[in-house]
Design a protein around this ligand. Structure first.
Ligand code: ADP
Length: 278
């Protein structure tokens, strides 16, 4: 197969992607185009059935577009380069319990590395380093099923990180977690961007999460109806509501304050907001 290189800084470029599951069904993705730069954190939001999961399956090469192109770092993804392209990407799924195969955290993280034929001598160190990145290095001998939801997802992230992908995709990875687990995983997503230089794409129902992102892709009925910064997207509250999306709690507070005639700048955290009014 052809070699893939980092030819430019555009981690993912989607050009006019069209996809349907069957010839007599409507398009599930209809002419979707966007660019995600290396090191960006992008959230994908949209009502159920808007095409988010299908998009993530196309990105990881589990489905092929009917027409249009995907490129990773300037390389077109084709059938010939698909295996290589997959090495650029790692994915973390919704249900942490479906992601375990090993009897220990270490065995789980080892699984992907064994498939990569890493030298046994180097294996433990690589596992330890991956676990450390998600704060799970002291759990290597624990049984995965005994962990909390948040810890399980952190191990799933470590398993992906051990393979050193440039891009991590999270497909509703926080939606089954309790608030603590949710926070833990969201902190890691930010850390992946800020301290590990990774490109993060997170498909989410959690409208508060979009405040952590650099860009937001808004999907509706198979189309990308908006692509911008959280601030740009949140300006259009009525539009979001019209496509059945909730507005983040923080934005609701901002909106209420504005109604009271209190002028404030867009904030990404409650602390930022409070500091403007106190
Ligand atoms: P989302 O992740 O935004 O909820 P999906 O990508 O799962 O959306 O689904 C988009 C549309 O594609 C929906 O109408 C869904 O019913 C349809 N769909 C999803 N998977 C399949 C499949 N395997 N076969 C046929 N239709 C599917």
């Amino acid at each position: 197969g052809a070699e893939l290189d980092q030819l430019n800084d555009i981690a993912i470029k989607a050009e006019n992607i069209k996809f349907k599951y069957n010839f007599d069904l409507p398009y599930v993705l209809n002419d979707v185009s966007f660019e995600i730069k290396k090191g960006e954190y992008v959230t994908v939001i949209g009502h159920n059935g808007s095409g988010k999961s299908t998009l993530s399956k196309l990105l990881i090469g589990a489905l092929q577009p009917e027409s249009g192109h995907l490129s990773l770092f300037g390389n077109y993804v084709t059938i010939d380069t698909l295996d290589q392209a997959r090495r650029f990407l790692g994915i973390v799924f919704q249900n942490p319990d479906n992601q375990f195969i090993g009897s220990s955290v270490e065995a789980d993280i080892a699984f992907g590395l064994e498939n990569k034929r890493v030298e046994p001598k180097l294996m433990h160190d690589q596992i330890y380093q991956a676990a450390k990145k998600v704060g799970m290095e002291n759990f290597l001998d624990k049984e995965p099923l005994m962990l909390s939801g948040g810890q399980k997802q952190r191990v799933a992230i470590a398993s992906v990180l051990a393979l050193s992908p440039e891009i991590l995709i999270f497909d509703e990875a926080t939606s089954m977690l309790d608030p603590k687990g949710n926070r833990e995983v969201k902190e890691i997503m930010v850390d992946l961007r800020d301290n590990m230089g990774k490109t993060v794409i997170s498909i989410t129902h959690d409208m508060d999460e979009i405040l952590n992102a650099d860009k937001v892709i808004v999907m509706n009925k198979g189309q990308m109806v908006k692509f911008g910064t959280p601030e740009e997207v949140l300006k259009e509250k009525e539009f979001l509501r019209s496509i059945k999306l909730d507005v983040p709690f923080l934005s609701l507070v901002e909106e209420a304050l504005e109604k009271e005639g209190i002028k404030i700048k867009h904030s990404n955290t409650m602390d930022e907001l409070v500091s403007q009014i106190c």
